[in-house]
Design a protein around this ligand. Structure first.
Ligand SMILES: Cc1ncc(COP(=O)(O)O)c(C=O)c1O
Length: 381
């Protein structure tokens, strides 16, 4: 049986408006699929991110898959991705027959290292998918320059960083497409869900076809007698109306949720940075991080694992985000593994630990987390 945590890794922020908006769609008894809520949420999310178009999906993973299909990625195309990310970033490349080209990360933001990205580009490289880790912002400006100079498509994996900014510019506005996730532990959540934002009308239209069977829906398929055509191969990756209604009320409070996350992270990190054995991840100048996760760095994997076990005994859940993708059984089996050396990725993934982070963390819980980390090092010495 799963452990019951005194402080879990995350909690969902839900209020009366969420319940009301979902109930309204349920009670309507109609249009649970392809309802007006989807269009509305897409417009609101595009506006929030500061782009022209948005297409919703049933997960961040299907959104990533769709973005690569829309980008026209084909067998043997090389796609630059980090290995320090959730597995879906790399898997989406395999789903379209492409080859993930794992490039190491840099130590400041744990995102792709722009210098190494530039070095890895060859004539087969078609696309770069940088990941904004944990609500931070990676070195996306440099990577965007490189993608432009080399005429390579840029898809931001911003699954974890909705609302993060660099010099007031939102993460998710630097590439041709950006992918977001509304999975359970994200900044706003619908349980499962995803979206792509873009400024390209052509990509917007293509993504809608890919999402829904390649069908040219001019009117609601379920409530119109008009006959649609099917013009490309497509999937059913649509978000439901109930999910979109929930996404809308979640989005309405995003700034409040981000502020609470930032306050909580500030409390924890300003306390933990006083400890000799802990490194916190500082917010880079000009950036606004949204702390989807709050991770710290320890001196070795032995210390990290010891701290994780100690916190578990105290009822505090922590977790490793992320172990390198290229070292998973599956990626070893398909030819990656040890022959690939990603020094920073491997060093950071051995020392990283993600602590609990959610908007409703209470003062006494914040204190308890900090005191427990401190105690671990006191017991050790
Ligand atoms: C960086 C990253 N990319 C992609 C995904 C996939 O999103 P989803 O879980 O909504 O499929 C996630 C989240 O889980 C993620 O953290």
């Amino acid at each position: 049986m799963a452990q019951k945590w005194r402080i879990p890794l995350y909690k969902v922020s839900v209020d009366k408006d969420d319940v009301k908006s979902v109930s309204k769609v349920i009670k309507r008894g109609m249009d649970w699929a392809i309802g007006p809520e989807i269009d509305l949420f897409e417009k609101l999310l595009a506006k929030y991110v500061g782009v022209d178009y948005c297409v919703t999906f049933n997960s961040g993973t299907s959104a990533l898959h769709a973005s690569l299909l829309a980008a026209g990625i084909r067998t043997h195309d090389k796609i630059i991705v980090p290995s320090f990310t959730f597995i879906a970033t790399a898997n989406s490349v395999l789903m379209v027959g492409g080859t993930p080209d794992f490039v190491d990360i840099e130590k400041e933001t744990f995102g792709l290292d722009p210098k190494l990205v530039e070095k890895s580009i060859d004539r087969k490289t078609r696309c770069i998918i940088p990941v904004h880790y944990a609500g931070m912002a990676c070195k996306i400006q440099e990577i965007a320059e490189i993608s432009k100079r080399n005429k390579i498509i840029l898809i931001e994996d911003a699954a974890e960083s909705l609302g993060a900014k660099i010099n007031r510019k939102m993460v998710g506005t630097f590439g041709q497409m950006s992918v977001f996730s509304f999975a359970g532990n994200k900044v706003i959540t619908t349980g499962e869900g995803g979206a792509i934002t873009t400024n390209s009308r052509a990509l917007f239209e293509k993504l809608k076809l890919i999402r829904s069977h390649g069908r040219t829906d001019r009117q609601n398929y379920f409530s119109s007698i008009s006959k649609p055509d099917y013009v490309i191969m497509g999937y059913n990756w649509r978000m439901s109306s109930i999910t979109a209604a929930l996404a809308t009320t979640q989005l309405k409070k995003i700034e409040k949720l981000i502020n609470l996350r930032r306050q909580n992270a500030k409390y924890i990190n300003s306390n933990l940075q006083k400890l000799e054995n802990v490194d916190v991840l500082p917010e880079l100048r000009g950036c606004r991080y949204v702390y989807q996760l709050n991770s710290i760095l320890l001196s070795s994997s032995r210390v990290r694992n010891g701290l994780m076990r100690y916190l578990a005994k105290k009822g505090i859940m922590s977790k490793v985000f992320f172990d390198p993708i290229h070292l998973t059984s599956f990626y070893r089996r398909i030819g990656y593994g040890k022959k690939l050396t990603l020094k920073i990725t491997e060093s950071i993934s051995q020392r990283i630990l993600t602590l609990p982070m959610y908007p409703s963390l209470k003062k006494e819980e914040l204190v308890y987390i900090c005191e427990s980390v401190k105690e671990f090092f006191e017991h050790k010495s």
